[in-house]
Each structure stands twice: as structure tokens, then as C-alpha cells.
Design a protein around this ligand. Sequence first.
Ligand code: C2E
Ligand code: MG
Ligand code: MG
Length: 846
Amino acid sequence: MNRPASTSPIQVLLIDADPPLYDTISAVLHASGEAFNLTPLNQLGELEQALEHADADCLLCAQHPNLSIASEDSGPAGLMLLQRVRRHPGSLPVIMLCCAEELVGFAAQAMWQGAADCLCDEALLRLPAAIRIAVQYHATMASYQAPDNELQLALAVLRGSRDGICVTDAAGNILLVNDTFTQMSGYTLAEVKGHNPRILKSGQQDPEYYLAMWQAIVENGCWQGEIINRHKDGSTYTEWLRISSVLDEAGQPSHYVGQFGYVAEQKRLVDRINQLTQFDPLTGLPNRSLFLDRMEQSLVASRRSGRCSAAILVNLDRFRLINDTLSQATGDRVLVDMARRFAKQIRQGDTVARLSGNEFCFLLSNLNAAEDAILLAQRLQDVIARPLEHDNHPLIVTASIGISVAPRDGEDGETLLKAADAALIRAKLEGGNCVSFYSPSMDADARRRQAIEAQLRGALARNELSVVYQAQNNLDSGNIIGTEALLRWHNAELGMVSPGEFIPVAEETGLIIPIGSWVMRQACAQNKEWLDQGLGRMRVAVNLSTRQFRGDTLVDEVAAVLAETGLPAELLELEVTESALINNIDAAVATCRKLKALGVKLSLDDFGTGYSSLAYVARFPFDKLKIDQGFVSDITHNPANAAIATAAIAIAHGLNLSVLAEGVETEAQAIFLRNRRCDAMQGYLFSRPAAPDAIAQLLAQKARLHLGATATAASKQTLLIVDDEPAILNAMHRLFRHENYNIITAQNGNDAFELLARTPAQVIISDQRMAGMTGTEFFTRVRQLYPDSLRIILSGYTELEAVMDAVNHGAVYKFLTKPWEDDQLREQVREAFRIAGRQGDSGAES
Ligand code: C2E
Ligand code: MG
Ligand code: MG
């Protein structure tokens, strides 16, 4: 392409460079503000074609391009390509690129062999100017026909250059300068002709600098670098200077050519490139590299002042779901909105940056105390929680926050960020929407999480996953009514990893999608096998993760699995947790309806751990509610949990749902739940999760849960005596031996609760002073769990104040001081049973 000066883009070919080099060059050319078209060439054929059709202006070629080329010559492939291009009749100006360390040797060779220029990677900012000059020179030379034009031509090129140019003879006397030189230095040709360029010297660079410069020119034929010169008016200015020697036929320098460029222009380019490479284009916030830079500076300043700095890492929870289920555009809007909110929260001198997808980081410097960071973290939680508008619905976003503090948790930026990241992982593991401070033990957690993620990627392919089943029993009959499929993972490196640990990782990384469908297939096939073997017609429950539930392929997939395995739809139950339902309730209801339309059953897992509200549960077509094991584990002696479980049972029955209690470990819990009309249970009491064979065995044996009978109030009067001194318990036994009561005894409050769960007692006597739980504490809870019981306390004078308080709050019906009168106590107990009897009768009548 013969290029006269024109405004059409300069066509630049780049020979087979690595993508990072391509990206950098592209950014540099773009930032110059001039029109360049950069095209990568990956094949030799493409290069031949470009040369053939002359449809490029300039060629960039690395010293070692990836492209290999067969040639009789030896040397760097870049030079061989250069020779090939130079041999071509049309030819092209070629600019060679090399690394800074090799510039000296390579540039001389390349220029010798006809390269238009040679730049090292550190000088890439000069590339736009270098291309322009090379192209202009090439075009002029191409249009140059008559030898007598030579001088004029050279002068035209010289004058046209946007760089300042100064040509000297071998002795260093100035022969020629161009207009740009005059603009930059203030000197006209007439003023400098015959002088040495040292008239420009500012005196700000020491003699060694010039010595090194001349040494490079003598050895390599060229030198380039930044130099401070003095303007004619006395002011100094910094410029980029490149000096090359021109050799005569004997190979001796005949002239030197100096090319000057303003550093200001370079600076402008640097600024543009920084803008492109240091800020996040979506939110306009600094990006990771700029953040780290600022962090280092701030840490140095904090060290000097003896104050602390903090890194606060903010990661939006379940952000991928927003992208996956709403849209990428919505995700972008959320990020931009959050970035705006965040930017308003920082003080001058602090920074907030977007580090990656949904991750932001704050840098707070000059803090008085580490705890100051928590104030901002709390404010951030509030700011994040303000709903966004999406399709006229409020969209609520939460975030996990990890905090680290310098110098305590690390003295350099990378370490501090790593610490904040470890704290963030902890916050995520706690279920998100919380703040966590770094502690050294978290490093191990973070490493483990990384290992889990790395290993989990190949787990399915390596056959490391398996499914176990846990029986579910009807609480009245004890029969097995179904099983829950639970995933297990054994990895060669990590050993057995619990689902509590790897499911959240699978969820976050998206691995749960293939893993979840695999579990569903396994479970359905297994249940069908048991059905075919005549082991019973029961349901298998499969857990759905939030991501599976919200994906748009779930319904089709369930249908396909049922068809594939032949399992009747009503024998599959899908367990959903509340976290899958929130955010977009309408969509969740629609998904549940579609699943129900297939005929499968739906249950709400871990009830009570989320936002559970009655109105909300009622909107979903669930068949079953599973009370979370957190309520069950202390149900017999924690009145609050017992009340929640009891209410959940009532709610569920009111909505026509069945209720199953999870994590039932003791008979007392099972009986307690049965007494409160819970329908079914699942837990270690009957069976741990087990391999299919073990479950088949249980089914074949028709194994059942056997629970003791509950003594009913009418059958016998039951007296519970609680005292930690065995001698007193014996004395009491003797005292009541003729009364025909069913006497049960316990030595502490907890044992007493276990007894009460199985055998409700109408009258309870307790000592006040007991280790662990005092009598009044015990009775306060008994009152809530068994409000109809009559509670008598025995106390010494010293404890009277606490006892009186309990009496006033209704926890205690009567109190007797020690030592008691036998007859009096016997009479009090008889009276208590009479009252209990009357209560029972009126209860039965009403
Ligand atoms: P989950 O669905 O609530 O399952 C019940 C968990 O309670 C199981 O833990 C089970 O082993 C445990 N468990 C059952 N009975 C008792 C008991 O009497 N005492 C105690 N302490 N624990 C009992 P596991 O197997 O460790 O699973 C934990 C959670 O991991 C499950 O909670 C479920 O949310 C999730 N998970 C397990 N398998 C899968 C799966 O295939 N897909 C998905 N998405 N999640 C799964
Ligand atoms: Mg479950
Ligand atoms: Mg559960």
C-alpha cells in the first residue's frame, strides 16, 4: 500500500504474537488517539497474501514469534521473517519488537537487516510514533523515483516528522534540525548549525549518564531514553530521545541522527492507558492492580504514623443467581448501583475498588483501632440491603464481608487481601449476609476450601461420589415410610468430606448442577429397584439446591429422570429449602406448581431456619414440612424450641401438610414429638444414613421404630422427684410408699426432662439447690413445657429470694422449707394431685 499522508487508518499487521502482547499493543495504539487498524497474523500464508496484495502499511514482528519458519538462514525467527519480507518486491516497513534485556544486541542486527525500527517492550508507548514515521518514510521512498530528488525528499521527510530531528556529522556538529526541533528547543537551524547538541544540556544529568549513552551508541549503533534538556529561554523540559548512528560504506559512523519526542505526549498516552488498564470499565471504580498499588502506598504511610489500615472485602451473595435467573443486564445494573452506593461511604483518602465480578474491596487508612472497620462494615450491610427495583419488584441483595487489619494481619497488600479473603470465606460458610474478622486459623480453612473446589471438579468423573439413604418412620406405627437420599464424597486426597462442607462449594461453583442431576438419577433408579424387589412402595426424597431449583431445566429434567428410571412420580419427593424460594416468590411458586403437575411430592426442608412465615408457606403447594434438627435436638428441655416445633406442627396440619422431625436421636424426643402429633421422624434413633444394601435389609426385615407407650394422665398419678442427693430421693420414696403413686426420680434437671418427655407427671417436687440447673430454673422451663403440672419446691432459707420470685412468676405452685415436716409434705402432694385431677377432668370435659 503506497501511503501518501492521509487520514484513513494505518493498517498494521502483527505477526503471531501472544494474546497479552496483542492486547497491550492494541491498547497503546487505541490510546494514541490516531487511527490504526491492528490485525493479528497467525499463518505464514496470511503474511504472503498480505505482501502479495500490498494491503497493509506496516508490519510488527516479535524477536521470537510463535510462527515457525523454514529457512536456510539461522537466527531468531523474527529476523528470518524480516529477511523474507525485505526480499519481497512490494515489501513493507517492519518494526521489530524485543524484550528490554535483549534490545542492545538485537536492535543492531535488526536495523542492519533493514528493519524500520526496533522497540523493546518497555518502550512500546513509542510505537504509534514509530509506526507513523516508518510508514511515512516508506511511502515517500516508494514515490521517490529520480535520484536528483534525493536531498529534497530527505528534507521533506525530516520536516514532516512530528518528532524533533537533529542530524550531526561524525564529530557531533549539527548539520540539520527540523521545525519540531525548533518548537521544542527554541533554537532555529541558523542558531544551532555547527554547534554541538550539548548546547541543549540542562546540567541535571551527571556525566556518567552521557557516558553510558555514547557507549551504547558506539557499541550498538543506537540509544534511547529520557533526557532533561534546556530550552533556549532557560527553562528545562523532559523529552524522549533516540540517537542512531549512520554508517558509511566502511562501516564507520558518518552521521548521527537524534529524534526527540515530548515526554508530555508520552505522559498523555500513559494516562490514557492507565485509564484503560487501571479502572473497571463497568463501574468506573479502580480495579485490582490500582487498588493494590494504592494499598502499598497507604500501608507505608500507616507504618510511619503507627496507625492501622483495614481491608474490607465485600462479596455480593448468590450474585451468579441474579445473572443466571434474571439477566446479565440486571446483574450489571446491580453492580453499578452498588458501586455508587459504596463510593458514597468512603472518606477522603480511602479507596473502594471492584476486584472481580461481584467482589469489591475497601481500603481504610489511618484508623485509630481495628474495630473502626466494623462500623463501616455495618453501614455497608445497611446500604446493600436497601432494595433495588427490578421489574416493579424489590430485589434484595445481601453481601458477605471479610475484614483484615494491618499491621496485625499482614504488612503488605497481598497478605492483607488474602487475610480478608479468608475472613470472607468464613462469612460465606456461615451462610452469607454477615461480617467476619480475619483470624490466623482461617488460612487453613481457605486452603481447605480451595482444595475442595479443585478436587470436586473431577469427583463425578473419578466416581468418588455415592448416595446413602436414611429411613423415615411414621411416629405412630413406627413403619418406614420413605428414605432421604444423601450425597457422600470420598476423595483420595481429602478423605471423607461432609456435604455440609462441599455442597456450598458445589453450589457456588455451579458444580451442583451436574452433581445434583446425578443424585436424582441414582435415587430414582434405586427406589425403583426396591419397588421392583417388592421391598415396599415408599418415597425417596432428593435434596434440591438453590441453584438447581432456580435453573430453567429442572422441570424437564425431573420428567426425563422419571421416564428414564420408570419410578412412579408420586414416589419421588423433592426437598427445597427456604433460601431457594426467597427473592422471587412468584417464580418459585410457578416452579413448584410445574413440579407438582408432574405428580411428584414437595417438602420444605430445614423449616424454621429461614424466614418461615405462615403466610409465605401457605402460598406454596408443599406436601410436607420438615422441622429442622436444630429445634429437635433440645426439644425436651428447651421450651422455646419446643414451642416453635409445636407451633410448626399445628401450622402444617392447619395447611393440610404432614410434618416430619429431622435429627431425632433419643426416644424421649420421639415420644415428645409423637405426643405433640408430629407425623414422622428421621434420625439416628432408628437409623443413620446407610448404603442401599443396608436399607434393603431393613426393608426386608420390615424393621420398625419401637417407642415406649406414653403413660396417660388418667392411668396413674405420677410423681416426679428431682434431687441431686440420692439419700433424699430414698427418703422421699419411703415417705410416699403408701400413697400408690407412680414415682419417678431424677438427679438433675436434664434427666428430669427426658423422663417427662416419656411420662408426663402431674406433680413434680424439686430441690432448689442442684448443680447445673437450680430448682427454680428447672421449674421455669417445666412451666412452659408442661403448663398443667403442679410444681413444689424444697428450699433452704438462704435461697428464699429466688424461690419467692419463681412463685410470683407462677413457675412454682408451693414451696416448703427444709427440713420439711413429713405429714405436711404428704398432705401438700395429695392436695396437688386433687387439683391436677380437677384440671384433667375439666380439660376432658371441655
Ligand atoms: P438435610 O437435607 O437437612 O439432611 C439431613 C442431615 O441431617 C443429613 O446430614 C443427615 O445425615 C443428618 N442427620 C440425620 N439424622 C440425624 C441425627 O439424628 N442427628 C444428627 N446430628 N444428624 C442427623 P448430611 O448427610 O451431612 O447432609 C447435610 C446437608 O447437606 C443436608 O441436610 C442437605 O442440605 C445437604 N445435602 C446432602 N445431600 C445432598 C444432595 O444430594 N443435594 C443437595 N443439594 N444437598 C444435599
Ligand atoms: Mg434434606
Ligand atoms: Mg434438613
